[in-house]
Design a protein around this ligand. Structure first.
Ligand code: SF4
Length: 243
Protein backbone atom coordinates (compact mmCIF):
# COMPACT_ATOMS: atom_id res chain seq x y z
CA UNK A 1 0.00 0.00 0.00
CA UNK A 2 1.16 3.54 -0.74
CA UNK A 3 1.86 5.14 2.67
CA UNK A 4 -0.25 8.07 3.94
CA UNK A 5 -1.72 8.81 0.54
CA UNK A 6 -4.92 6.78 0.52
CA UNK A 7 -6.96 9.89 1.22
CA UNK A 8 -5.71 11.58 -1.94
CA UNK A 9 -8.07 11.18 -4.85
CA UNK A 10 -8.58 12.33 -8.41
CA UNK A 11 -11.26 12.12 -11.07
CA UNK A 12 -10.11 9.61 -13.67
CA UNK A 13 -12.08 9.02 -16.83
CA UNK A 14 -10.20 5.90 -17.97
CA UNK A 15 -7.04 3.82 -17.66
CA UNK A 16 -6.10 1.81 -20.74
CA UNK A 17 -3.23 0.44 -22.80
CA UNK A 18 -2.71 1.41 -26.42
CA UNK A 19 -0.19 2.77 -28.89
CA UNK A 20 1.06 6.31 -28.40
CA UNK A 21 -0.73 8.01 -31.27
CA UNK A 22 0.64 11.55 -31.08
CA UNK A 23 3.83 13.54 -30.92
CA UNK A 24 7.46 12.48 -31.08
CA UNK A 25 6.95 9.09 -29.45
CA UNK A 26 4.26 7.71 -31.79
CA UNK A 27 4.05 3.98 -32.12
CA UNK A 28 5.35 3.01 -28.67
CA UNK A 29 3.18 0.86 -26.37
CA UNK A 30 1.81 3.04 -23.55
CA UNK A 31 -0.42 2.84 -20.55
CA UNK A 32 -2.64 5.93 -20.43
CA UNK A 33 -4.26 7.45 -17.36
CA UNK A 34 -6.85 9.93 -18.56
CA UNK A 35 -7.90 12.46 -15.92
CA UNK A 36 -11.33 14.07 -16.07
CA UNK A 37 -11.74 17.84 -16.01
CA UNK A 38 -10.20 20.62 -18.06
CA UNK A 39 -9.72 24.37 -17.69
CA UNK A 40 -10.10 25.00 -21.45
CA UNK A 41 -12.79 24.59 -24.08
CA UNK A 42 -11.22 23.84 -27.42
CA UNK A 43 -13.78 23.61 -30.20
CA UNK A 44 -11.90 20.67 -31.76
CA UNK A 45 -11.60 18.68 -28.51
CA UNK A 46 -11.53 14.96 -29.37
CA UNK A 47 -12.06 13.84 -25.76
CA UNK A 48 -15.13 15.93 -24.79
CA UNK A 49 -16.22 13.51 -22.04
CA UNK A 50 -12.90 13.93 -20.25
CA UNK A 51 -13.46 17.70 -20.08
CA UNK A 52 -16.00 17.28 -17.35
CA UNK A 53 -15.29 15.78 -13.91
CA UNK A 54 -18.77 14.32 -13.77
CA UNK A 55 -17.73 11.68 -16.32
CA UNK A 56 -14.78 10.63 -14.18
CA UNK A 57 -14.55 8.03 -11.46
CA UNK A 58 -12.96 9.03 -8.15
CA UNK A 59 -9.85 6.88 -7.64
CA UNK A 60 -7.18 6.99 -4.96
CA UNK A 61 -3.47 6.31 -5.39
CA UNK A 62 -3.68 2.68 -4.30
CA UNK A 63 -6.42 1.96 -6.81
CA UNK A 64 -4.45 3.50 -9.68
CA UNK A 65 -1.17 1.81 -8.72
CA UNK A 66 -3.01 -1.50 -8.42
CA UNK A 67 -4.28 -1.10 -12.01
CA UNK A 68 -0.79 -0.24 -13.27
CA UNK A 69 0.73 -3.25 -11.53
CA UNK A 70 -1.57 -5.57 -13.48
CA UNK A 71 -0.07 -4.74 -16.87
CA UNK A 72 2.98 -6.40 -18.42
CA UNK A 73 5.82 -3.99 -17.78
CA UNK A 74 8.08 -5.77 -20.26
CA UNK A 75 5.78 -4.39 -22.95
CA UNK A 76 4.34 -1.29 -21.29
CA UNK A 77 7.35 0.59 -19.98
CA UNK A 78 5.80 4.02 -20.37
CA UNK A 79 2.89 5.64 -18.56
CA UNK A 80 1.27 8.79 -19.93
CA UNK A 81 -0.90 11.11 -17.83
CA UNK A 82 -3.38 12.79 -20.12
CA UNK A 83 -6.83 14.35 -20.00
CA UNK A 84 -8.65 16.54 -19.83
CA UNK A 85 -5.92 18.50 -18.13
CA UNK A 86 -3.84 16.31 -15.78
CA UNK A 87 -2.10 19.27 -14.10
CA UNK A 88 -5.41 20.19 -12.46
CA UNK A 89 -4.44 17.30 -10.17
CA UNK A 90 -0.85 18.40 -9.53
CA UNK A 91 -1.18 17.82 -5.75
CA UNK A 92 -2.26 14.25 -6.45
CA UNK A 93 0.15 13.61 -9.30
CA UNK A 94 3.16 14.69 -7.26
CA UNK A 95 2.53 11.56 -5.13
CA UNK A 96 1.50 9.33 -8.02
CA UNK A 97 4.56 9.86 -10.24
CA UNK A 98 7.20 8.49 -7.81
CA UNK A 99 5.04 5.40 -7.21
CA UNK A 100 4.83 4.74 -10.96
CA UNK A 101 8.58 5.17 -11.29
CA UNK A 102 9.16 2.64 -8.52
CA UNK A 103 7.55 0.11 -10.90
CA UNK A 104 10.31 0.88 -13.41
CA UNK A 105 8.13 2.88 -15.81
CA UNK A 106 8.97 6.09 -17.62
CA UNK A 107 6.40 8.85 -17.00
CA UNK A 108 5.08 11.50 -19.32
CA UNK A 109 2.43 14.22 -19.15
CA UNK A 110 0.37 15.68 -21.96
CA UNK A 111 -0.79 19.15 -20.94
CA UNK A 112 -2.33 22.26 -22.45
CA UNK A 113 0.54 24.31 -21.01
CA UNK A 114 -1.47 26.89 -19.08
CA UNK A 115 -0.88 25.89 -15.43
CA UNK A 116 2.62 27.08 -14.55
CA UNK A 117 2.41 26.80 -10.74
CA UNK A 118 1.08 23.25 -11.05
CA UNK A 119 3.85 22.30 -13.49
CA UNK A 120 6.47 23.46 -10.97
CA UNK A 121 5.06 21.03 -8.40
CA UNK A 122 5.56 17.92 -10.56
CA UNK A 123 8.18 18.59 -13.20
CA UNK A 124 11.11 17.14 -11.26
CA UNK A 125 9.45 13.68 -11.57
CA UNK A 126 8.87 13.81 -15.33
CA UNK A 127 10.69 12.00 -18.12
CA UNK A 128 8.68 13.42 -21.02
CA UNK A 129 6.55 16.55 -21.27
CA UNK A 130 4.25 17.22 -24.24
CA UNK A 131 2.75 20.71 -24.35
CA UNK A 132 -0.21 21.35 -26.64
CA UNK A 133 -0.29 25.08 -27.37
CA UNK A 134 -3.70 26.53 -28.11
CA UNK A 135 -4.00 29.42 -30.54
CA UNK A 136 -6.92 31.86 -30.39
CA UNK A 137 -8.68 29.92 -33.17
CA UNK A 138 -9.00 26.95 -30.76
CA UNK A 139 -11.61 29.00 -28.90
CA UNK A 140 -9.35 29.92 -25.95
CA UNK A 141 -7.56 33.12 -25.06
CA UNK A 142 -4.24 32.84 -23.26
CA UNK A 143 -1.50 35.39 -23.17
CA UNK A 144 1.76 34.61 -24.88
CA UNK A 145 3.44 35.43 -21.59
CA UNK A 146 1.70 32.54 -19.85
CA UNK A 147 2.90 30.06 -22.46
CA UNK A 148 6.38 31.56 -22.37
CA UNK A 149 6.54 31.17 -18.58
CA UNK A 150 5.35 27.59 -18.84
CA UNK A 151 7.89 26.69 -21.52
CA UNK A 152 10.75 28.41 -19.71
CA UNK A 153 9.92 26.51 -16.52
CA UNK A 154 9.82 23.20 -18.41
CA UNK A 155 13.05 23.91 -20.27
CA UNK A 156 14.89 24.90 -17.10
CA UNK A 157 13.96 21.74 -15.20
CA UNK A 158 14.39 19.27 -18.01
CA UNK A 159 17.83 20.63 -18.89
CA UNK A 160 18.78 20.63 -15.22
CA UNK A 161 17.97 16.95 -15.03
CA UNK A 162 20.29 16.40 -18.00
CA UNK A 163 17.61 14.32 -19.66
CA UNK A 164 18.90 15.37 -23.01
CA UNK A 165 16.25 18.09 -23.13
CA UNK A 166 14.81 17.00 -26.44
CA UNK A 167 12.79 15.04 -27.45
CA UNK A 168 11.91 14.64 -23.75
CA UNK A 169 10.19 17.97 -24.14
CA UNK A 170 8.21 18.97 -27.19
CA UNK A 171 5.26 21.10 -28.18
CA UNK A 172 2.40 20.50 -30.53
CA UNK A 173 -0.29 22.52 -32.18
CA UNK A 174 -3.56 21.20 -33.62
CA UNK A 175 -4.11 22.42 -37.17
CA UNK A 176 -7.64 22.65 -38.48
CA UNK A 177 -9.33 24.81 -41.07
CA UNK A 178 -9.65 27.65 -38.55
CA UNK A 179 -5.89 27.82 -37.93
CA UNK A 180 -4.31 30.71 -39.75
CA UNK A 181 -0.75 30.93 -41.04
CA UNK A 182 -0.17 33.97 -38.83
CA UNK A 183 -1.09 31.94 -35.72
CA UNK A 184 1.44 29.25 -36.60
CA UNK A 185 4.11 31.91 -37.18
CA UNK A 186 3.20 33.63 -33.90
CA UNK A 187 3.62 30.39 -31.95
CA UNK A 188 6.86 29.52 -33.76
CA UNK A 189 8.24 32.97 -32.89
CA UNK A 190 7.16 32.61 -29.29
CA UNK A 191 8.90 29.21 -29.09
CA UNK A 192 12.03 30.71 -30.66
CA UNK A 193 12.02 33.42 -27.99
CA UNK A 194 12.31 30.65 -25.37
CA UNK A 195 14.55 28.20 -27.25
CA UNK A 196 14.55 27.52 -30.99
CA UNK A 197 15.56 23.91 -30.26
CA UNK A 198 12.18 23.00 -28.74
CA UNK A 199 10.44 20.75 -31.31
CA UNK A 200 6.97 21.66 -32.62
CA UNK A 201 4.60 19.03 -33.99
CA UNK A 202 1.87 20.28 -36.32
CA UNK A 203 -0.98 17.83 -35.81
CA UNK A 204 -3.87 17.87 -38.29
CA UNK A 205 -7.21 17.83 -36.41
CA UNK A 206 -8.77 14.38 -36.15
CA UNK A 207 -11.28 14.83 -38.93
CA UNK A 208 -8.63 16.26 -41.21
CA UNK A 209 -11.42 18.24 -42.93
CA UNK A 210 -10.10 21.33 -44.56
CA UNK A 211 -6.46 20.59 -43.72
CA UNK A 212 -4.94 19.88 -47.08
CA UNK A 213 -1.46 18.56 -47.50
CA UNK A 214 -0.17 21.61 -49.36
CA UNK A 215 -1.36 23.83 -46.53
CA UNK A 216 0.34 21.64 -43.94
CA UNK A 217 3.58 21.74 -45.88
CA UNK A 218 3.34 25.53 -46.20
CA UNK A 219 2.75 25.90 -42.45
CA UNK A 220 5.69 23.62 -41.73
CA UNK A 221 7.95 25.68 -43.98
CA UNK A 222 6.81 28.93 -42.34
CA UNK A 223 7.41 27.63 -38.80
CA UNK A 224 10.82 26.25 -39.79
CA UNK A 225 11.95 29.82 -40.48
CA UNK A 226 11.94 30.37 -36.70
CA UNK A 227 12.57 27.02 -35.02
CA UNK A 228 14.78 24.05 -35.85
CA UNK A 229 12.51 21.02 -35.66
CA UNK A 230 8.96 21.24 -37.06
CA UNK A 231 7.19 17.99 -37.91
CA UNK A 232 3.77 17.13 -39.34
CA UNK A 233 2.39 14.07 -37.52
CA UNK A 234 -1.28 12.97 -37.65
CA UNK A 235 -2.94 11.08 -34.79
CA UNK A 236 -2.05 7.52 -35.79
CA UNK A 237 -4.42 5.88 -33.27
CA UNK A 238 -7.32 7.59 -35.07
CA UNK A 239 -6.04 6.36 -38.43
CA UNK A 240 -5.77 2.82 -37.05
CA UNK A 241 -9.20 3.09 -35.42
CA UNK A 242 -7.92 2.29 -31.92
CA UNK A 243 -8.28 4.15 -28.63
S1 SF4 B 1 -7.17 21.28 -23.58
FE1 SF4 B 1 -7.41 19.21 -24.42
S2 SF4 B 1 -9.01 18.22 -23.14
FE2 SF4 B 1 -9.09 20.45 -22.73
S3 SF4 B 1 -10.69 21.19 -24.14
FE3 SF4 B 1 -8.71 21.45 -25.19
S4 SF4 B 1 -8.44 19.58 -26.40
FE4 SF4 B 1 -10.06 19.14 -24.87
Amino acid sequence: MVQNTKEKRAYVSEIFTSIQGEGLHVGKPYLFIRFAGCNLECHYCDTPRSRDKKYGKVLNLDQIICRIKRINHKIYKSVCLTGGEPLLYADFIVHLLPEIKKLGCQVSIETNGTLVKELKKVIHHLDILAVSIKPVSSGNRFSEKRYRDFLKTARFWLKLKKKGGYPSFFTKMIIDRETSESEVVKIARMLASVDKGIPLVLQPATSGKGVYKNRLIRLQLEATKYINDVRVIPQIHKILGIK
